[in-house]
Design a protein around this ligand. Structure first.
Ligand code: ADP
Ligand code: MG
Length: 381
């Protein structure tokens, strides 16, 4: 289909579409290197009409997105704009709607209402074009345990149509990026959880996606391994113009993102840089554990007219100056106080302030829940 006939066809379509869409000089859509179909041309015209340099167009644009499963409304009308090249964190407790949203963005679920564009393409109208431009790393591991690391990547390169001569070099580079080049020939079943995650990241970037989606990429990993996975993600981000969209319920991970949105019960309750969001919680946070938290909250209100928030086995009080407040607090309280700490606000405090609840690990992490259960079962705390 190459050659004269193809070109004539493209010109004919182009002229027809240009008059239909009243557009000016066309540009090829982002990253486009294949055949010109009507879909591609329409998108090119739409992108052109926005009259914005391509690299400044948002990587993800979500408007009024709703997703219903039968009776459950998992996502209740969200708006999001993720800029090209950002590391964007989507933060929220278990059941908030994170996986549902990411599945819609990755074209695995269709939106019930609203729209979403990824890498310049509408997920509902151009799912195939979106899929070519994204990498996916899902909550549940999806590697073939019997195959080696290299074979897993080879399989993926074939599935994504990476040209034959590029496969070897790209696989080597990806393995090196996640420090697995020395284990390339080992079967995946011999890998630790952290190594598998890193291999999945290598696989996710193998076809040079514009947007990399990760759904809870570090869930269940120990803190050291989580930090290592993050090092690799940041390394990849520093070396390529990729946009990273990741979900997490670990507040401290969200600190590493350029911007975050906090989702709760299917609605976005806050959006901004971690520093912006933390500045919503004024000054310092004083954390107090007492023998009777409800009574302590009432006493703080009576003495200072400050509404303390109830955490897990502690109360949190927002004050402009923690060091100055603590001696006054101790003078006024009649409830026995066990410990007092003063610290800068964290994203946890932001969530607590916005929702009145703490995101606890037990809520979201099945392993932590099991550990807690086992402790109780053995007669521990
Ligand atoms: P998160 O990833 O933030 O934990 P999810 O997007 O998985 O949240 O779930 C959001 C809500 O949608 C939850 O109430 C969950 O029970 C519900 N849900 C998720 N998947 C389905 C499904 N396939 N069918 C029905 N309800 C679902
Ligand atoms: Mg999830």
């Amino acid at each position: 289909m190459r050659g004269g006939r193809r070109v004539d066809l493209v010109h004919a379509k182009w002229t027809q579409l240009k008059s239909k869409h009243h557009s000016h000089i066309p540009v090829a859509p982002v990253g486009y290197a294949g055949a010109f179909t009507e879909d591609v041309l329409v998108v090119a015209i739409q992108q052109n009409e926005r009259q914005m340099p391509l690299e400044q167009q948002p990587a993800i644009l979500v408007r009024g997105l709703v997703k219903r499963y039968d009776t459950v409304e998992a996502v209740k009308g969200i708006d999001l704009t993720v800029r090209s090249g950002e590391i964007f964190g989507f933060l929220g407790p278990n059941g908030a709607g994170k996986s549902t949203t990411i599945s819609v963005l990755c074209t695995l679920l269709r939106p019930t209402e609203g729209s979403a564009e990824v890498a310049g393409y509408d997920v509902d109208r151009h799912p195939a074009l979106v899929r070519q431009r994204i990498g996916l790393i899902f909550q549940d591991p999806s590697l073939d345990d019997q195959l080696t690391a290299r074979e897993n990547l080879w399989f993926h390169a074939m599935a994504y149509g990476v040209p034959h001569e590029e496969r070897g070099p790209r696989i080597n580079a990806a393995l090196k990026m996640v420090d697995l080049d020395d284990r390339a020939g080992s079967p995946v079943k011999t890998f630790s959880g952290g190594m598998k995650r890193r291999l999945e990241i290598a696989r996710g970037i193998l076809h040079s996606p514009e947007v990399l989606f990760l759904d809870e990429p570090t869930i269940g990993l120990d803190p050291q391994t989580r930090a290592r996975v993050w090092d690799h993600l940041r390394g990849i981000h520093a070396r390529s113009p990729i946009t990273i969209f990741m979900t997490t319920h670990y507040m401290e991970e969200a600190e590493w993102c350029d911007r975050i949105a906090i989702i709760d019960h299917g609605r976005i309750v806050a959006e901004g840089t971690p520093a912006d969001l933390k500045s919503q919680v004024g000054g310092d946070v004083v954390v107090v554990s007492t023998d009777d938290d409800d009574r302590a909250i009432a006493e703080v209100w009576e003495s200072f007219q400050i509404e303390a928030a109830k955490g897990t086995g502690e109360i949190r009080i927002e004050v402009p100056d923690g060091a100055e407040f603590v001696p006054r607090l101790l003078r006024e309280m009649t409830v026995p106080v066990r410990t007092v700490t003063v610290r800068r606000p964290s994203l946890d405090d932001v969530f607590l302030k916005l929702t009145g609840r703490a995101i606890r690990d037990e809520e979201a992490d099945p392993k932590a829940m099991m550990r807690r259960f086992a402790r109780t079962w053995r007669g521990g705390r």
